[in-house]
Structure formats: C-alpha cells, structure tokens
Design a protein around this ligand. Sequence first.
Ligand code: NAG
Ligand code: NAG
Ligand code: NAG
Ligand code: NAG
Ligand code: NAG
Length: 724
Amino acid sequence: MAYNNNSFKRFRVLSVLALLYLSFYTKTGEARRPFACDPNNKLTKSFKFCGMSVPISERVTDLIGRLTLQEKILLLVNNATALPRLGIESYEWWSEALHGVSNVGPGTKFGGDFPGATSFPQVITTAASFNDSLWELIGQVVSDEARAMYNGGAAGLTYWSPNVNILRDPRWGRGQETPGEDPVLASKYAASYVRGLQGNAAGNKLKVAACCKHYTAYDLDNWNGVDRFHFNAKVSKQDLEETYNVPFKGCVLEGKVASVMCSYNQVNGKPTCADPDILKNTVRGEWGLNGYIVSDCDSVSVLYDNQHYTRTPEEAAADSINAGLDLDCGQFLAVHTEEAVKRGLVTESNVNNALANTIAVQMRLGMFDGEPSTQPFGNLGYKDVCTPAHQQLALEAAHQGIVLLKNHGGILPLSNTRHKTVAVIGPNADVNVTMIGNYAGGPTLLALHVGTPHLQGIGRYSRTIHQQGCADVACNDNGQFEAAEAAAKQAEATVLVMGIDQSIEAESRDRTGLLLPDPRIGAILWVGYPGQAGGAAIADVLFGTTNPGGKLPMTWYGELPCKGTNDEHEHESRPSKRLPRQNLPLLQSPGIPARVLRSQLDRAKLGQRPEARPHQLQLSLTGTPYHCQNNGTMDGAHTVLVYSTPPAGKWSAAKKLVGFKKVHVPAGTDQRIMVGLQVCQHLSVVDQFGVRRIPLGQHQLQIGEDLNHSVSFHADLRGPIKSL
Ligand SMILES: *[C@@H]1O[C@H](CO)[C@@H](O)[C@H](O)[C@H]1NC(C)=O
Ligand SMILES: *[C@@H]1O[C@H](CO)[C@@H](O)[C@H](O)[C@H]1NC(C)=O
Ligand SMILES: *[C@@H]1O[C@H](CO)[C@@H](O)[C@H](O)[C@H]1NC(C)=O
Ligand SMILES: *[C@@H]1O[C@H](CO)[C@@H](O)[C@H](O)[C@H]1NC(C)=O
Ligand SMILES: *[C@@H]1O[C@H](CO)[C@@H](O)[C@H](O)[C@H]1NC(C)=O
C-alpha cells in the first residue's frame, strides 16, 4: 500500500492534536496498588503463594488451602471479593477489548488520564484484510493500552475478547464483532489476535488474558420472536466439529488462549454452560485449555430462570461447576453455591478446581507478584495510549479491510483534478460513532479522534457538498431527496455513504433484511465499521492513494428468505439448516483497473512424503513456490485463497477454504508465495460422529484462480486413515 504525502501530513496534524489534548492531563493517574503480595505489607511475606520463585501450581494450592468455603464462593464471580486477611484486593474480571480497549464491562473506566483508547476497525472489517500479521499487531497494541490502563488503575487484565462465533447467518446482529463465516479464517483470526493480546512471553506468563467467546453455535440474538436466552441451536456433531468449534479449537490450541466463555444458548437441548461434554471433555480435556472457563453474563441464571433447565437454583449452580465452569459473570454462583455444596450436589473439591483455574491465570498475569510498576509492562502509562503510531495502525487496518465490490468502467479512483467537487450524500456521510461499531472504547475519544467520511475523509481531497439525503439509515421518507439530487447535479462525482448502523444490527437486535445497493451505482466499496480512521481510509481508497485489497469474510446474499418459509422450529434449526455455508467470498475485489494481479502458478508442485503417517504428512506447497504477479501500475496486496475439494463421498464433497496467504506485490513485480497445508487438519472431512477422516481418492486443490492440483490418497498408505 502506498500512502501519499498529503494524507501522511494530515494524519500527523491529527496526531499532534491528540498529543496536545493529552497534555492537559499532566498529572499521572493514580498508580494501581498491588492486587496482592504487597511488599509493604509485612503480613504477606510469610505466604507461600506470594513466593515469586515458587511454581505457580504450588502457589495456587497454598492460597486455596487458606480459604474458607464462603471465601471461595465469593471468588467464583466476576466481581471477586477482597480478602483483607490475606492481603488480597477485590478484582473485577470483566473487561473487553474487541477492537480496542472498550468501555463495555465494569472493569474499564475511561476518564481522567484515559479519556479513550485507540478504536480499530470492527472485527468484520479487520478480518477482510486476510492479514494475520495485522491481526496480531493490533492485539499487541490493544494489550499495550490495556496494560497502561491497568497500571493507571483504570482497567483489569482479563479481557473477554475476541468474539469468534461463526457468522453462519448474516442477519445476526453481532456478526459485525466476528471474523465472518469461514472456520479457517475465523480460527486464524482467533489465534493471531489472542497471541497479540497475550504476548508471547516466556514461561507461561501473560501480558493480558484473552477469552474466546461465545462457545458455541451462537448466532442469534433476537429474531422472529426468539432471543438468545431461549435459543436452542440444533447442531449435528459433524457441523460442530467441521464449523462451529473450529475457531475455538484454533484459539485454544494455536492461540493458547487463557479463557473460553460459554454462551447463553443451548446446543441440542443443553445449556452450553452446564454441558460437561463441551466444557470439561472438549475444551479442557481434548483441547487442553490452560486457563479458565467463564459464563456469559448471567448465563447461569439464564439456564435456571429463563430456560428452566434445572428444578432448583442449587442444581443450576452445581451443574455448571460440575460441567467445568470456573467463573460466573453474574451473582448466581455467589448466591447458590454454598447451599449446593451443603446438599451434596457439588463437592468443595470441584469448587477448588474452578478456583485453581482462575487464580493460576491471575498469577500468570503477575497479579501476585507485588508492585505493578516493577513488573514486565510496568512502565506503560497514559502516554502509551492513542499514540500516533497506534492511530496510524488504525488507519492502516481500515485501508486493508476495505473491499472493492464493483468498479464499473474504471470509475475509481477519483482524481482531485477531474473531480474538483464531490457531493457526499447519505445518512452515514457525516457520522463518527457509527464508524466504530459496538464494543467501542471511551466516550471522549469518539468526539476527538473519529473522522467522518465527509469531513476528515473526502474533504481532504476535494471540495465537497454534503447532503444527508435521509434522516437516518432506515431512510423511511424521501423528504430530503430533492436537496440531495441538487447537490449531485453540482458535482463531478457523487459518493453515497449509506448502509446500516447499530439501529439495524446490534447485540439483542438481529436484522430482518439484507438489501443490495442499486445496480446503477458505478462502484461499490464495502467498509464494514472501519474504526476511528475509517473516514480517512475511505477517501484514500476513493482517490487511489491506497489500493484496496480486502476480501469479504462472509457471503453476500443477494436474496435471502427473510420472510415466509417459517416452519415451527425455524429458530432452532436456523444456524444449521437454513443457510449452508457458501464458498467465500462470493463477490471478490475486482481491483482498481490500474492493477491486474495474476498468479502464474503452473510450476508449483506438491512435495509429498507418502511414507509418513498421515497425521504427520505435510503437503508442502513450498517446495516450488508459486508466483503472484502485479502487472498494473499500482502497488497492491493480494490474498491467494487455497480451496480443497475432497473426493465425492458420503460425508461431504463441498469445496472449502483450507488456507490463505496475503502478499504485498509492488507494481510490475512478481512475488513468491508459500502456503503450508496439514493433511489431517485441512484435507479431512468430518463424519456423522464428529470424527475427522481423510477420504481415500483424489482431492482437488485450487490455488488462487489459476492453478488446480490433485492429490491422491490410496489404501496402501498405512496409519490411522479410515476409508470411506
Ligand atoms: C458484587 O456485586 C453484587 C451485585 O451488585 C454486590 O451485591 C456485591 O457486594 C459485589 N461484591 C463485591 C465483592 O464487590
Ligand atoms: C461525534 O459524535 C458525537 C455524538 O454523536 C457528537 O457530539 C460530536 O460532535 C461528533 N464529533 C465530530 C468531530 O463530529
Ligand atoms: C496484465 O495481464 C493481464 C492478464 O494477462 C492482461 O490482460 C493485461 O493486458 C496486462 N496488463 C498490462 C498493463 O500489461
Ligand atoms: C499486513 O499488515 C502489516 C501491518 O499493517 C503490514 O505491514 C503488511 O504489509 C501487511 N501485509 C500485506 C501482505 O499486505
Ligand atoms: C480449477 O477448478 C475449478 C473448479 O474445481 C474451476 O472452476 C477452475 O476453472 C479451474 N481452474 C483452472 C485454471 O483450470
């Protein structure tokens, strides 16, 4: 991507403003007192759990051994109690950092030294970049800001982000928070963002603790009379393993996440937070989660009060702890666990196991290591929040996430010599808060840093005439159309900034329709919710200083059976039956005309080691790298998608994405690309029992648009292959 000098300079002006603003707050925030093991507290010296050289497992056991049952129970909830007799402060577990430290959740408090945090594009936009190093980098920046806020007493260290539910149904109001519909993409996103947030510190240490949520098969908030608290997702074992669980598995295995959150909904009639099969057996057993399992907020109460899953509240408390839940966001466990223990529904030893999982994470975060300022990241403070570099990354992320859906007749890019006056029309032309999407960070920040598409965007390139066109995004009357038309007539180009906002899709609000824009429009950019620098990024793409290389992370359905075709169980079967996953993306970026990217892949070969056992077999596409050529005049980035089609068989023969690689290709050059595939992970299909198998026969691999390969597995391959 190339930035022109203009946008660079203007951006610096914006950054200078930010620094001036922050300098009003010259005094540092109140430094956080140690959470536990304060070196100034003589009492704590004798405690083994405060011994920094003692292994964490021993420290945890020591601490739990000192607690009464009543104290333990008050540690099972998000607002964990203080234990003054042990020198331990209270702790609020609930903070959020979906695309920047967020003001959702009581753990973060903006204001004073921390008026806001950098707001990156909403996840659906960042996912469209298909750039895993960008995702990790954003995680690093967000956790710098989170640590800074923690040190300043303004946030916790446990962040209940990211949301990696599969966006199976595009009407889901929270689809914006997710990396989209594809399991491979979502899994890569989860692992990369979590690695960025948690840091790759040696020896099990955590920079902040991330949390992959909401496990599992959750993609309905409020639709057709059913809300998420009463939603029972009917999902086959095949679909669970093949689709819904994939990002969570990647998050735990590759991302080494420190927490998983169970969801509100039921899966096949069981609340996820009380299902030992999916918590204890799968997340902790099979995947080996090193961390804690937390409920969505009031999930445990929901399974009793709304779903009537158990007869008594004590049973609900016991069922969830016995299933493997370690922490309740809510008060339910604090209120009902003691009685559940007394009635013998849950043992104190199971309560201890839950605490061992939460306390170990606090210890890995350094919360039992005394003074925050003496610890790793202890130097981070308010000066490290919203830095010019962080704001620049928010702009880059928006650039990378924008998708050019249509560019008829090369109408883009605009030029400020040919398009001296641009009409900027639409209900989203002059908005700032809308750009951020939900789970935003910090009210003061919004007014300060967030650029609108009109003023901080197109207005930097051309003279603009602005008309709102409609009162709001729903656009229910045409009263303002005449003025908008008049504006368009005076301009050399018209940009309509339309679409939706949180009044159409949000948490607790699913969409009821999905309309495509008018076919007469010359060019279409999809920007999702592009974050604080989205206005600038949109204009940079329109005027060609940035070459858009994003791809949609979800299928764009032209028509959807939004109305009608209701059967009585529709809400229950919605995610598994109604919308079979399509290949992604349906509409791809056709590229700015000056840019033609062509893959010349004909020399690629698959390096196989057929003697190896299949689970070790690496299909290496790296032996002979293939090429991606940019014969255009603009530098650009291209994502090569690798699909596989298994041999026709009884489980599935559908083409699916198995890998992707984003590559930056300067104009007139040729870049080598390597993609690694793992046979069991990528070429397997899932049977009705949820077991992955590698079908024998010929698998087709499609690499980019220009190259097909086939790879065959035969019965004489020894090892755990199950023939179909
Ligand atoms: C946690 O929140 C509940 C409900 O607001 C309150 O009753 C309780 O005292 C709080 N506990 C602590 C330790 O702050
Ligand atoms: C951003 O939006 C808020 C709330 O809608 C508004 O008060 C503020 O003036 C806006 N800021 C800018 C720079 O447009
Ligand atoms: C780039 O390659 C494409 C496909 O081969 C070709 O159609 C186009 O004319 C080439 N463009 C230039 C500028 O060479
Ligand atoms: C991925 O993102 C990083 C960070 O913005 C950037 O430096 C890199 O060039 C991007 N990769 C590609 C291939 O565009
Ligand atoms: C590769 O295979 C796909 C479908 O399997 C087909 O659509 C495409 O045209 C093929 N491409 C080439 C270059 O043969």
